[in-house]
Design a protein around this ligand. Sequence first.
Ligand SMILES: [Zn+2]
Length: 247
Amino acid sequence: MAADSGFPWDGIESFIFRMLRHAGHLVSLLELSVLNLTRRSPVLEPRPYTDFDPDSDASIEAMAHVKSLLGFIGEDPEREGLLDTPKRVVKAMNEHYWGYHADPFEPLARTFSEVENYDELVLLQNMDIQSHCEHHMVPFVGKAHVAYIPSGKVVGLSKLARVVEIFSKRLQVQEKLTAQIANTIQEALQPQGVAVIIQARHFCMCYRGVKQSNAWTTTSKLHGVFLENPAARMELLTLIGSNPGRD
Ligand SMILES: [Zn+2]
């Protein structure tokens, strides 16, 4: 989806300036907004999303429901073009919601401590996120930035991206997604600080309801030094503002 072309870099800059000016106030507001969103959710039987079995009882039942939804919107589910649609939809859902079958702590289980005492900021920027809102089951897409300051141990960078992916591939609200990623990294690595910033466009707001197709939503969750130390927070926001992926 066209998340790249329309990404509001001006938006993130103004967000950074706003955050610098009102950092304490904003942080306490965001803290409030993610209260009670941090409980661990259960992990189903682990499996890769490619493990789709169209002949399982669960798949057959789900396909029957899709077929009845086709009738509900006024379609003829028996016409040729729609015969395989229930199967395709259920297969796609298996991929969209694969994250229920993965443990977000698993990618962070292997850490490295031989890092020459590196204890400065590690920032992974501009990760694509594709998730689905839990209210309408339609996509929200955007970018995630994840930062942490190690405390004796680091993880492989791709593992941070994997944590983002696992939580994204579940039904979400953006605030909860942001908090779950930050809280998981905080709990698993016990670093000096963690910061997660997500900017996303919500299709449920673009194409229905208020039809705000250019509205981007920004959320952040900070832990440790990013919360307590304005200099650490400023370094993070300056680095994100100097965005290396910017065209
Ligand atoms: Zn929605």
